[in-house]
Design a protein. Sequence first.
Length: 147
Amino acid sequence: MKQGSIIPQRKYFPSIEKGNNDTLELHVYPGADGHYTLIEDDGTSNGYLNDEYAATTMEWKEGDTNSQLTINPPVGSYKGMNKNRVWEIVIHTANPFTTATINEKKGVVKVGEGGRTVSCTTGRMKVKKKLVILVPSPVRVPSLRSE
């Protein structure tokens, strides 16, 4: 995976109509600064052709002391847009850490099996609220080579 990648995922549903974006999982691959723009619409109409969609920009910034994930409020809107959301952040790292700050409050951090991922969840929050997550640096992408 390219360093600095931010990859959103949602739970699988057999069709767009049955799914929702109430909870989104973001996979972050440290090692470089990165950004991503999530585009969402109602999933059923052609409203996006008339600018009926929301664009949410996300940025990962590497620092000497802390690295920061910023999820900006969406620009635009569409019919049926979520007012609240849960963000599940999964950071792929060779150096697991045990602390994170979510909007200036201590967050609960879970180290994944094998110590290759660290995750934290925001809890339900307003979609229009900016989200800033700080984690200790350096966080490095795990080596894919077998040793």
